[in-house]
Write a protein of this length. Structure first.
Length: 135
């Protein structure tokens, strides 16, 4: 990102929490196309969130979840796993059903890609419990 892009208000300090939010928003569409670039941006967003306590724990957990996905998409399963578990733990205390569902999907996908079907099944079962049945 550069000042010329016009995507970020560069009058903000580089570690302003809104910079983290902008980076995360950009990564929503970047993740499926360029997981490596998304990883770099999400690491920066996470560093900003962690440097600015009291950071919103829910937002931090969502950033961890997205970073975990970026690593998993690159085959870095061992590095992705603890981030996704931490995201799940962080979101358990919050209400955001969509964010909880997203991290469960990411965990199940991680373990399917990692060829760990028993672990994937565990997260898929939790996912089924969070999705209300269709009447």
């Amino acid at each position: 990102l550069t000042k010329e892009d016009g995507l970020i208000d560069w009058s903000l300090p580089a570690d302003h929490i809104q910079i983290a939010a902008c980076l995360e928003a950009l990564c929503v569409t970047l993740l499926p196309r360029d997981a490596s670039q998304a990883e770099s941006m999400l690491r920066e967003a996470l560093a900003i969130r962690e440097a600015n306590p009291p950071s919103d724990d829910n937002a931090r957990a969502i950033t961890l979840s997205m970073l975990g996905e970026s690593l998993a998409r690159q085959g870095k399963y061992e590095e992705a796993e603890p981030l996704l578990i931490a995201a799940h733990t962080g979101l358990k205390a919050h209400r955001g059903q969509d964010a909880k569902k997203d991290v469960l999907i990411r965990l199940a996908w991680l373990y399917r890609q990692w060829n760990r079907p028993d672990d994937a099944a565990k997260w898929e079962a939790q996912l089924e419990q969070t999705v209300p049945p269709i009447p």
